[in-house]
Design a protein around this ligand. Sequence first.
Ligand code: ADP
Ligand code: ADP
Length: 229
Amino acid sequence: APGIAVHNVKFQYAGRSAALDSVSFEAPAGGRTAIVGPSGAGKTTLFALLQRFYEPESGMITVDGTDIAKLTRAEVRRRIGYVEQDAPALSGTLESNLRYAAPDATDEELEDVLRATRLSDLVERLPDGLNTMVGTRGVALSGGERQRLAIARALLRRPQVLLMDEATSQLDARNEVALREAVDQAAERCTVLLIAHRLSTVVSADRIVVLERGRVAATGTHEQLLGAS
Ligand code: ADP
Ligand code: ADP
């Protein structure tokens, strides 16, 4: 099946009770699935398994129908992109940051991703903050712009899945809208699974998976979840 399918996954850190137990859900291709749940619910552990930093004790995870346990590390890294909350920017312009992340990307792909992440007008910015070098003031990129740069870097590598752990800090309204649009655009290019911290992200997700104490407590659209409570 296209998208991500998690089948009955169990994972336990040594000497601890199960961090994930009987976890099953699907994240349909080309959609935004939000993972929500309190601290300790298992969200980070789930992301670690999806990137194969750890192997499940039992169960299986498939991406577009392929069991990820059968992929090499390089294949996992290529297919499953992770958007860091605080990805360090390299010296140089925003454009050179992107080209470094995906040296094989064509100019068309670069322009597509810049448009998708609303960064087309910022290609000359210096993300690591050396703005004084060009005589401008203030921060090189805002928090929201930095996150869009991180999404752009990941998208340029044409992943099948994009994992995002949303920042807990608040963005201003304009950055929040631009970020949501970038995530929508990402979902047209791959399957997006995000750990959501903002209500607006949860509301705009196509599907929500609620984790509690390592188990799936509920899944559905936000209307379904609100209707059920
Ligand atoms: P979340 O991201 O939802 O806050 P985590 O996946 O970080 O949840 O944690 C799930 C459970 O696993 C928690 O009980 C946590 O204490 C435990 N845990 C997380 N990382 C480790 C680790 N490296 N070693 C032992 N226990 C861990
Ligand atoms: P601001 O948005 O004004 O930079 P924040 O408190 O949101 O303030 O951010 C604090 C730091 O974390 C800043 O360096 C910011 O660039 C960075 N940051 C904030 N949110 C994100 C994000 N979602 N992704 C990447 N970096 C972020």
